[in-house]
Design a binder for this molecule. Structure first.
Ligand SMILES: Nc1ncnc2c1ncn2[C@@H]1O[C@H](COP(=O)(O)OP(=O)(O)O)[C@@H](O)[C@H]1O
Ligand SMILES: [Mg+2]
Length: 458
C-alpha cells in the first residue's frame, strides 16, 4: 500500500480546511448580501410609496390622486427594471395604476405595511402593500397602495458586489495557498534534509548524524538512529575481534604442530610427513581466508577507514614479495604499471585482493602434471576515469559457464590442489567495497585474465 508523504498529508488537510472555509464564507457572504441589498431596495420602495401617499387627498368624500408627472409604469434608476403601482380606495376601486398587481396571500393580519414576493406577467417581482388612513371631517378614508418592482436591479447589484467580494476572496485564498505551501516546505525541511543526508551517505558509514540545528521533533529520531549506529558499530567490532581471536587461536597450535611434524624422525621414515604438512598448511590457509572473508563482508565493513592511495605502489610491494615464489616455481613474472594510480581504498584488504589473484595464477596456471606455464603479468593502468588492475596468466583458464560460479564461497574447480574456495569470493567482496567491477576473460590460445576496474581519484 502506498503511504502518503507528510507533505501530501499536510497539503491535503490544508486544502480540505481551505475549501470548507471558502465555501462557508461564500455562502454567508451571499446570504448577507441578499439580505442587505433587498433591504436597501425595499427602503427605496417604501420611499416611493410615501411619495404616492403625499399625493393623495380627499375630496367630495372620495380619495383623489394627483400625479400629473407620475406615469403608471415607472422605470427604475438604472433603467433596466420596471416599477408598477396601484392605488385603491376602501371600496376596492383602483384610482390609479395597474389593476392586476398580485396581492400577498398571507396578509391575514392586515398589517399596514407588507413586503412580499410574487409573480407579475411571468416575471418575479418584489412588492409593497401599504394601507394609508386619511381623515376628513371626522370620517376615515383608507387607501391601499401597492408598489412593485421587477428584480433586475437587485440581481445586478448582488451579482456585482458578489463578484468583487469573490474576486478579493479568491486572491486571498491564493495568497493563503502559496504561504501554506511555503510554510509546509519550510516546516518539513529538517525531515527532508535528514532523509537526503541518510540517502546520500555510504551504506557502511556508521558515523553519527550531526544533531546541530535539528528541530526538537526530529532530534529524538536522529538520537535513536545514532544510538542504533553505535550499537551496530559495537557488534561489528565484536565480530571482528572474535574472528581475529579464532584465527589466532587456531593458527598458533597449527604452527606448533607443523614444527613438531617437521622435527619428528619417525614420520620422516614413514614417508607421510609431507602429506601432514600439506594438510596443516591448508588448514592454516583456510583459517586465514575465512577471517578475511568475514572481515570484508560489505555489510559489516566500515568504509570510512578508506583513504586515497597509490595502487601502483601497493602492487609494486606485493609483486616484489611474490616474485621469488614465481621464479622458484618456474614462472616468468612481469610487472607493468604506470606511476600514479590514485584510488580511495583500504591498503590491507587490497593487498589481500592482489595476493589472492596472484596465488591463483601461481596454483592454477599449470599443466595437468603441475608444471608452471608461461608468464604471469600484474598490470596497473588508467583508462578514462578508471584504474584497471589486471592479473593475466597463460594457464588453462576457466570455462565461461563457471565465470559467475567461481565467486561463490567454497566453489572450487580444482579440488586436488591446495585451496579453500574462498579466494575469488574475497576478491569480489573487496572489489564491491571499493565500488570496483570485476571482469573475467580467457586469453588466446589460453590463460585467465582478471580485470578489476576501480574509480580513479585523479
Ligand atoms: N588463474 C586461474 N586459472 C585457472 N583456474 C582458476 C584460476 N583462478 C581460479 N581458478 C579456479 O577457480 C576456483 C576458485 O578459486 P578461488 O576462489 O581462489 O578458490 P581456491 O583458490 O581456494 O580454490 C579454483 O578452485 C580454480 O579452479
Ligand atoms: Mg584461490
Amino acid at each position: 500500500m502506498k503511504t502518503l508523504s507528510i507533505r501530501s498529508r499536510l497539503i491535503n488537510l490544508l486544502s480540505i480546511s481551505l475549501i470548507i472555509v471558502a465555501l462557508a464564507s461564500f455562502c454567508s457572504i451571499f446570504i448577507f448580501l441578499n439580505y442587505k441589498v433587498n433591504k436597501h431596495f425595499d427602503n427605496a420602495l417604501m420611499a416611493e410609496a410615501s411619495n404616492i401617499i403625499n399625493r393623495l387627498y380627499v375630496q367630495r368624500g372620495q380619495i383623489q390622486f394627483i400625479a400629473p408627472e407620475l406615469s403608471i409604469n415607472l422605470q427604475t434608476a438604472s433603467g433596466k427594471g420596471s416599477v408598477f403601482y396601484s392605488i385603491e380606495n376602501e371600496h376596492k376601486t383602483v384610482i390609479s395604476g395597474f389593476e392586476s398587481i398580485p396581492r400577498p396571500h398571507f396578509n391575514k393580519r392586515m398589517d399596514n405595511v407588507v413586503f412580499y414576493d410574487a409573480e407579475y406577467a411571468t416575471e418575479p417581482i418584489r412588492a409593497l402593500l401599504m394601507v394609508h388612513k386619511m381623515e376628513r371631517n371626522g370620517v376615515g378614508y383608507y387607501a391601499t397602495i401597492i408598489i412593485a418592482e421587477t428584480l433586475e436591479d437587485r440581481h445586478d447589484m448582488i451579482q456585482e458586489i458578489f463578484l468583487v467580494i469573490s474576486g478579493v476572496t479568491c486572491i486571498l485564498i491564493f495568497i493563503v495557498v502559496i504561504v501554506s505551501l511555503i510554510a509546509v516546505n519550510k516546516g518539513i525541511e529538517p525531515l527532508v534534509n535528514l532523509q537526503y543526508f541518510i540517502k546520500k551517505r555510504d551504506i557502511n558509514d556508521l558515523t553519527p548524524i550531526s544533531e546541530k540545528n535539528v528541530p526538537k521533533e526530529v532530534l529524538s529520531l536522529v538520537e535513536s538512529i545514532n544510538q542504533l549506529f553505535i550499537k551496530l558499530k559495537k557488534s561489528f567490532s565484536h565480530i571482528e575481534h572474535f574472528n581475529a581471536d579464532v584465527s589466532h587461536q587456531l593458527r598458533t597450535p597449527l604452527a606448533e604442530l607443523k614444527v613438531l611434524i617437521e622435527m619428528d624422525e619417525e614420520l620422516k621414515k614413514g614417508g607421510h610427513k609431507n602429506k601432514y604438512i600439506k594438510i596443516i598448511d591448508t588448514m592454516s590457509h583456510t583459517t586465514q581466508q575465512l577471517l578475511m572473508y568475514a572481515k570484508t563482508n560489505p555489510d559489516a565493513f566500515d568504509r570510512v577507514r578508506f583513504e586515497p592511495m597509490n595502487l601502483t605502489e601497493l602492487c609494486q610491494r606485493v609483486a616484489s614479495d611474490k616474485v621469488l615464489f614465481f621464479y622458484q616455481e618456474g614462472f616468468e613474472f612481469e610487472f607493468d604499471a604506470i606511476d600514479a594510480t590514485w584510488i580511495n581504498g583500504g591498503p590491507i584488504i587490497l593487498e589481500s585482493l592482489i595476493n589472492n589473484l596472484l596465488d591463483n595464477a601461481l596454483h592454477y596456471a599449470r599443466t595437468p602434471e603441475g608444471k608452471a606455464i608461461g608468464v604471469v603479468i600484474l598490470r596497473v593502468k588508467k583508462e578514462d576515469k578508471r584504474i584497471i588492475l589486471s592479473v593475466i596468466d597463460e594457464g588453462p583458464g576457466i570455462e565461461e559457464c563457471y565465470f559467475d560460479k567461481v565467486y561463490e564461497r567454497f566453489f572450487r574447480l580444482d579440488t586436488k590442489t591446495y585451496g579453500s574456495g574462498l579466494g575469488l569470493g574475497i576478491v569480489k567482496q573487496i572489489a564491491l567495497l571499493h565500488n570496483a567491477t570485476l571482469f573475467l576473460s580467457n586469453g588466446t590460445p589460453q590463460g585467465l585474465r582478471i580485470d578489476v576496474s576501480f574509480p580513479s581519484l585523479a
